[in-house]
Design a protein around this ligand. Structure first.
Ligand code: AMP
Ligand code: MG
Length: 413
């Protein structure tokens, strides 16, 4: 299946149900529904700075050489709305955040004024109407959507919810992800492997990636390369988790049991076996109700690349993220050498970046592809990011402008 077809399948998967959380627990979560503002924010026009509330037209033409003079009509307390009306030709002392008296439409900065005594204030600058005023409803207007479904909550959004008096938010549930490693050669990472065997890398690396993407991973251990054992491990994982990630056993060798094991799970339906992507061709996708079974290649780098490219966006989508599969903008770079690729296959190159001494500031760095040996961790350890060769291209040329996508699941998470 083409990489875009695989993405399209994942992008329409039913999202997880919503849950209500305290806004202090909501950072990184995605809104499950639009949030309408219950009231205007600010609730009334407020001063942006310390100074004097005025009618802007009273300061028309005011300057250093020809100041305007207004009568001081009162002073606005920060904790109370003013109980007086601002008449033409008058001003009121106000502090940052104070509500403007009715009749006032601008605030003169205290630095541009002088209290000349006798209840008179001098103004040395003109003002436009609404200058230095936070308008009523400028942050959110009562009844209209203040935030839309699928928005990831960060500090500004959480601040807005607090300002609107909404201490709880309805957010998508976080995906619970089971991780199974398959392979007769694997031993748990804390054990010393006998000759011929290796430690289970993927379970830990995949769990780390899930966490970076905000999902809730559980490692369920190592399953031998036997179809019945894998079927029963899969069935029990499906009973409890939203997504089951399997690593290894996903290609077509004698010891590759994933497809057969899925076939034995009642109600499970194989959707994809093989994606036109490199590394990561043997990827598998199956569904059991709304639950997803993902078969990843065993090769450590291939497994992580498939996670980055498809499965982390999928986990974000499940958690309610809008546009989880929207293209991410990468860091501009220049490809250091020609790279060949097959038409129809999407290639993900791990690249390391080199800033060239002597280049003018702002010149993009060189991106060096780190090719091959997807069984080694090295290509990812040395990489500063990834560059994609789209399926429509037969390679990229040395000197070509490319975008380097971050490898960390964190910030784009
Ligand atoms: P497979 O996809 O099962 O054919 O595995 C491909 C390669 O990845 C083999 O060399 C496996 O030993 C290796 N491999 C599979 N699973 C893991 C794992 N969990 N940790 C480290 N290497 C693995
Ligand atoms: Mg294997």
């Amino acid at each position: 299946m083409p990489a875009d077809g695989f993405r399209a399948l994942l992008a329409v998967w039913p999202r997880l149900p919503a849950e209500e959380v305290d806004i202090d627990q909501a950072v990184g979560r995605c809104l499950a529904a639009d949030v309408a503002a219950p009231e205007d924010l600010p609730p009334a026009p407020r001063a942006c700075m310390d100074g004097y509330a005025v009618q802007a037209r009273d300061l028309f033409g005011a300057s250093e050489s020809l100041p305007a003079y207004l009568e001081l009509a009162g002073s606005v307390a920060i904790q109370r709305p003013p109980d007086f009306l601002l008449e033409p030709g008058t001003c009121a002392a106000i502090t940052t955040g104070g509500w403007l008296p009715a009749g006032a439409d601008a605030v003169a900065m205290v630095e541009h004024t002088q209290d000349v005594g006798g209840g008179t204030v001098e103004f040395r600058k003109p003002l436009a109407p609404f200058e230095n005023v936070m308008l009523q409803g400028e942050d959110a207007s009562a009844g209209s959507p203040a935030l839309t479904a699928g928005t990831r909550l960060r500090a500004p959004q959480i601040g807005l919810l607090a300002a609107l008096g909404l201490p709880r938010a309805s957010v998508g549930r976080l995906p619970r992800v089971a991780i199974l490693s398959t392979g007769d050669e694997l031993v748990p990472a804390h054990e010393a492997p006998p000759p011929g065997r290796i430690r289970d890398v993927n379970a830990h690396a995949l769990a780390a990636m899930c966490r970076e993407a905000g999902a809730l991973p559980t490692r369920l251990g190592i399953v031998p390369d036997e179809t019945p054992a894998l079927s029963s491990a899969l069935s029990s994982a499906l009973a409890e988790y939203d997504v089951v990630l399997l690593s290894g056993g996903s290609s077509v060798g004698a010891r590759d049991c994933t497809v057969a094991a899925i076939g034995n799970v009642p109600g499970a339906q194989l959707l994809v076996h093989g994606v036109a992507v490199s590394p990561g061709k043997p990827a598998i996708l199956a569904r059991s109700g709304d639950k997803a079974i993902v078969g990843l290649p065993g090769q450590v780098t291939s497994a992580q690349v498939v996670m980055h490219v498809f499965i982390l966006p999928f986990l974000r989508h499940l958690a309610g993220r809008r546009d989880a599969f929207a293209p991410v903008r990468g860091r501009p770079a220049v490809l250091a050498r020609n790279v060949a690729s097959r038409h129809g296959r999407e290639d993900w190159l791990r690249v390391s970046l080199e800033e060239r001494p002597g280049d003018p500031p702002g010149q993009p760095p060189l991106a060096h592809p780190r090719l091959g040996k997807s069984g080694l961790l090295r290509t990812l350890l040395q990489a500063d990011g990834m560059v994609v060769v789209p399926a429509s291209r037969e390679g990229l040329n040395a000197g070509e402008a490319v975008e380097v996508l971050p490898l960390s699941g964190g910030e784009n998470a």
